[in-house]
Design a protein around this ligand. Sequence first.
Ligand code: CAA
Length: 293
Amino acid sequence: MAMRIISRNFINRLPKNTQNFSTSTKLYAASVLNKYEFIKAEKAGEKQNVGLVTLNRPKALNALCQQLITELNDAMEKFDLDESIGALVLTGSEKAFAAGADIKEMASNTFAGNLKGSFLQNWSDISKIRKPIIAAVNGYALGGGCEIAMMCDIIYAGDKAKFGQPEIIIGTIPGSGGTQRLTKAIGKSKAMEMVLTGNQITAQEAEKFGLVSKIFPADQLINEAVKLGEKIAANSQLSVALAKEAVNKAFELSLQEGLNFERRMFQATFALDDQKEGMSAFIEKRPPKFKNN
Ligand code: CAA
């Protein structure tokens, strides 16, 4: 059954008279107050241990207006703090994962205004989430949509998905990682071609170029992404967080620095109960029971 996420912090922020209600009333109150306008956030998977966030602004093909980004960051951060959640899935609709930044909202922006408001800075908050995020991309992932998908850790695509950085066609350039993450993912020549022409690539091309790890029929995509999330969530959350951090260092550090970081993290896992449990379980030929300690 789908459940709306309720964080302890959220309940603590409720008005005092609401906090004094019985637990069920509190949850109901939080559930109503926590309703998002442009996204849906629910728990998924057999053990309800996957946080599923769905971009839900169909009239604008999930164009990323400021409010949507604020809601998305809020839901991601809540799932990141929720100990019952081991992995996140971010998806959109069958027609569009997201068609980019909201052109109508930003068309009249000025440079001074962008600078004062640090326009786009909070978009990369997703890359600070410590739990693994799987982007399940159906339909268009354009501009900021492609960039948000690339901030996730793994991209699964529906067979009709399209990826592109079309900003050049509207007189601007990618602003949230398109020139950087795309280049690291598919190499300079292909990234240049996409960024300088605005040409889109298909799911099949994206898989061949290494942007996407697997393709599924559109109607099976979310299930497959949740299944992957469940598989990751079965591991120790702490080891998973360290592994994610170590892989991401490969994009920032020299090889020697990266190898040193990885070795130190590996050594540190021996301070975890979960390492003792994982190795004991192997030796005793039984499945591990991780407690995230
Ligand atoms: N911003 C605001 N509204 C958008 C939008 C966007 N990025 N993309 C689509 N929409 C709106 C359309 O204006 C339209 O609204 P109305 O019905 O009110 O006119 C509705 O969504 C449906 O769109 P279309 O009629 O255009 O649908 P289509 O199927 O004919 O075309 C599309 C789909 C190819 C995705 C086309 O909508 C399109 O090219 N969208 C813009 C893509 C784009 O340029 N993205 C980059 C934005 S800049 C950016 O993202 C900067 C950054 O790096 C952060």
